[in-house]
Design a protein around this ligand. Structure first.
Ligand code: MN
Length: 248
């Protein structure tokens, strides 16, 4: 049995090292992470070129089972389960700790969340965790939080294709079980000219959000750790009936 860790900030991210340190007493910990940062890459899977896995010859936080992959976070989960941990039971997949929160619509873009979603699709108890910081102390606190509830989560389990999205504020004052909040980005494209006079673009956006009670955004804004159960079914059930009514 083993716990698989990944992180879309790449193999050397401090959030990943904090998780290794916190979880290695619980079970065998195996890391398969992208060889460099792949944030905001969503659920991308590399299909048009072969992938490579390399075992690091140094250990991370005392863990010797550390592998890099030249693909995406979701590639890492697929290869981690089917190749690196082939024949072993994967008890849990933990993706993170991401440097930066994943709230509202961020879950659609996030490589951190996508890796946990892939774990859920594979039928494995999976958690995405993100912190409102790049500070090692906050990562340590967030990793301890995962360590504290993971045994109970493994005992209780989650419904099919469901996983947890956890967001960890600085100095939390408690935990809230939340819903996905309203946070979108106004599309903004910056246009430049490269040194050779060719046009190039930089996609960015400004945050637009609403503070709905008991949402992930509300919880973190009020100093609570946000734990949101997410499901891969994106159907809008409220709309299903009315759409059938006017379309059919
Ligand atoms: Mn990231």
């Amino acid at each position: 049995m083993a716990i698989l860790l990944t992180n879309d900030d790449g193999i050397y991210s401090e959030g990943l090292i904090a998780l290794v340190n916190a979880l290695r007493d619980l079970d065998e910990v195996v890391v398969v992470a992208p060889d460099s940062e792949r944030s905001s890459i969503g659920h991308a899977i590399t299909l048009r070129r072969p992938l490579r896995i390399n075992k690091l010859c140094i250990d991370i936080g005392g863990c010797k089972n550390v592998y890099t992959c030249d693909g995406t976070p979701v590639d890492c989960v697929i290869l981690g389960v089917s190749e690196v941990l082939k024949g072993k039971e994967v008890r849990a997949i933990i993706s993170g700790i991401n440097k930066g929160l994943n709230l509202g619509i961020d879950i659609v873009y996030s490589g951190t969340v996508a890796a946990a979603m892939e774990g859920a699709l594979l039928g494995i108890t999976s958690v995405a965790i993100s912190a409102d910081s790049t500070n090692l102390e906050v990562f340590k606190d967030a990793a301890s939080f995962v360590r504290s509830f993971l045994p109970k989560l493994l005992e209780k389990g989650l419904p099919q294709h469901t996983f947890l999205n956890i967001n960890f504020p600085k100095n939390p004052r408690g935990v809230r079980i939340t819903k996905q909040g309203y946070r979108v980005y106004s599309g903004r494209v910056l246009k430049y000219e490269d040194p050779w006079g060719e046009k190039c673009y930089w996609i960015s956006g400004d945050v637009i959000e609403r503070l709905e009670y008991d949402s992930d955004i509300w919880a973190v804004s009020n100093g609570y750790i946000s734990v949101t159960p997410l499901h891969v079914d994106l159907t809008n059930y409220e709309c299903l009936g009315s759409l059938r009514e006017w379309y059919l």
